[in-house]
Unconditional design. Sequence first.
Lengths: 65, 186
Amino acid sequence: MATVARRAGEYSEPVVAWWSGRRLRFVVVLVLLGAFYSASWHLARVDPGRLLTGLPKMAGWAAKA
Amino acid sequence: MAAIGTTAAALLALPLCVIAARNVTPSLALYYPARWFLNALRGVDSFVFALLFVAAVGLGPFAGVLGIAFHTWGSTAKLWAEAIENIPPGPLEAAAATGASRVKVIAFALLPDVAPSMVSVGLFWWEFNVRASTVLGVVGAGGIGQELKNSMDLLLFPRLLTIILLILVTVTVIDHTSEWLRRKLE
């Protein structure tokens, strides 16, 4: 890996390309994962509000059991 | 349904598996309640949880997601806790000897050691839940099981076999992904 010349006593920092194939692959995987979870969330009709009303109902049943 | 349920279960299982592993638990006073809680979650099948959630949150795939999430939470956390208990104590002791905090020991000595088996267990449960979701549709918990049941009721057998084929393809893809990920992590 190429390095940038520094003054004596300083560590030479490796030059990392801002846009590399590896980063592009990482971003693509991240976007695909996001799209997958977004679609799954939508299809599963996830509604935390319903859970907030449902859990106390279940707790009530458990208390009576 | 299986993806969201399994992911939610994995996120919930992560802190609990550390508490439920004897060698890294912060306190035995937390260890036993954590174990009992996990046993209670594992003791009730996702089908039974889905039946309860259909009554509590209404018909639809969300009840199935909750059914899958609750059962998988208990099972995954227990298997992860056992994986943590089986690791050699050397790396943990070495990290602790450097003065690393408990969180750092878990992050840098424990997790890299158990990550392959944790990923493997997580993907196994995802694959298992894809198959389980076919049954959950029958109790009104939506998902692909609902489509399967509708096709069966309407005698649309070509559609039914297409759905079964889709399930088989999904399970095979997850199996190969699991194998690839495990190889990458080793």
